[in-house]
Write a protein that binds this ligand. Structure first.
Ligand code: KIV
Length: 307
C-alpha cells in the first residue's frame, strides 16, 4: 500500500479527516486514560453519518437491525448477507468512529474455519474494523485475532441466546453467576478481544469486571461503571413502537417528529398546498413564449391537456 494514501493524512483530500481515526488500540488507551467511550448502533448511511459527525467513538452495525429496521421478533433471522449489506452502507458514512459489525446467529457457531471465513467477509467485503460475537467463545476469539480480525466480545444478556435464556432477562443475579461471568470475561480478554460489551447485568457485576480487565467494557443495561456505554440508535431517539427497557434513556423523539412531518406533507398534498410555484421547474422564457404561441406544435400535447 502507499503510505501517502492513509485516510486522514494531509494528502487524502477531499475526504481528509481533521481528527484521529478511532482504532481498537485507541479504545484501550481511552480506558487507560479514564476517558469514557461512547458507542451507538447504526444501520444505514444517513444515521451512521449523523452518529459519526456527532463524535461517537464506536459505531456498531448491530444485529438488532433485524428487529428495529426489519421488524423481526428477535435477532435470529438476520443473515450474513443482510448484515454485510448494512455494514457497507455504514462503512461508506463513517470517517472517524471504529466500525464494528455483529456476526449474526449461526455464522460463528459451526466449525472454526467457517466462522473465521464468515468474519473475513465482514472485513474484506464490507470494511468492518472489528466483529462482535456473543457468548464466552475464547477459542474462537483467539482464532479470529490470529486471523488479524479484531474482536469485540458480548457477555451477559446475549440476545442470540433468547431461547436458551427463556426471554430477555437480566443475567448474573447471584454471586456464583457473577464469578462465572467474570471468569468468562477474563477468558475472552485473554484470548485477544479488544473490548467486551456487557449487556443486561447488575451494576455491581459490571463494575467488578470492568475493574478486573485491561480492555474496555462497554455497557448496555449494565450501569454507569463500565468504560463506555452503548445504546440502540432507534431506542435512543424513540423510533421504536413499544415501551423502552429500564436502561434506555430517550434523547429525542424522532418518531413524533417524523409522524408530524409526514402528516403535514399528506395534508399539503391533499389541499394542493404542495408543491408551490417556487418549488416547480419553469421553462426558459423563450421556450415558454414559443409554447404559448404554438401550444399544439408538439404532437400529443393536446392529449395531455385537460378537456
Ligand atoms: O445488536 C445490537 O444492537 C447489540 C447491542 C445491544 C450491543 O448487540
Amino acid at each position: 500500500m502507499s503510505f501517502t494514501q492513509l485516510p486522514g493524512s494531509a494528502s487524502s483530500s477531499p475526504a481528509a479527516t481533521p481528527f484521529p481515526k478511532v482504532t481498537m488500540p485507541a479504545l484501550a488507551e481511552m480506558k487507560r486514560q479514564g476517558k469514557p467511550i461512547s458507542a451507538l448502533t447504526a444501520y444505514d448511511y444517513a444515521t451512521a453519518r449523523l452518529v459519526d459527525e456527532a463524535g461517537i467513538d464506536l459505531v456498531l452495525v448491530g444485529d438488532s437491525l433485524a428487529m428495529v429496521v426489519l421488524g423481526h421478533e428477535n435477532t435470529l433471522a438476520i443473515t450474513v448477507d443482510e448484515m454485510l449489506h448494512h455494514t457497507r452502507a455504514v462503512r461508506r458514512a463513517v470517517r472517524r468512529a471504529l466500525v464494528v459489525a455483529d456476526m449474526p446467529f449461526g455464522s460463528y457457531h459451526g466449525p472454526v474455519a467457517e466462522s473465521v471465513a464468515n468474519a473475513v467477509r465482514f472485513v474484506k467485503e464490507a470494511g468492518a474494523e472489528a466483529v462482535k460475537i456473543e457468548g464466552p467463545r475464547a477459542s474462537l476469539v483467539r482464532a479470529l485475532t490470529d486471523a488479524e480480525i479484531p474482536v469485540v466480545g458480548h457477555l451477559g444478556l446475549t440476545p442470540q441466546s433468547v431461547h436458551r435464556m427463556g426471554g430477555y432477562r437480566v443475567q448474573a443475579r447471584t454471586a456464583d453467576a457473577v464469578q462465572q461471568l467474570k471468569a468468562d470475561a477474563i477468558a475472552v480478554a485473554e484470548a485477544g478481544a479488544g473490548a467486551i460489551v456487557l449487556e443486561g447485568v447488575p451494576r455491581e457485576a459490571a463494575a467488578a469486571i470492568t475493574a478486573e480487565l485491561a480492555i474496555p467494557t462497554i455497557g448496555i443495561g449494565a450501569g454507569p461503571d463500565c468504560d463506555g456505554q452503548i445504546l440502540v440508535f432507534h431506542d435512543m431517539v424513540s423510533l421504536t413502537f413499544a415501551p423502552p427497557a429500564k436502561f434506555v434513556r430517550r434523547y429525542g423523539d424522532a418518531g413524533a417528529l417524523i409522524r408530524s412531518a409526514v402528516e403535514h406533507y399528506r395534508e399539503d398534498v391533499e389541499h394542493r398546498a404542495f408543491p408551490s410555484d417556487a418549488e416547480s421547474y419553469h421553462l426558459p422564457e423563450q421556450a415558454r413564449q414559443a409554447l404559448e404561441a404554438k401550444p399544439d406544435a408538439v404532437p400529443g400535447v393536446r392529449v395531455l391537456r385537460k378537456a
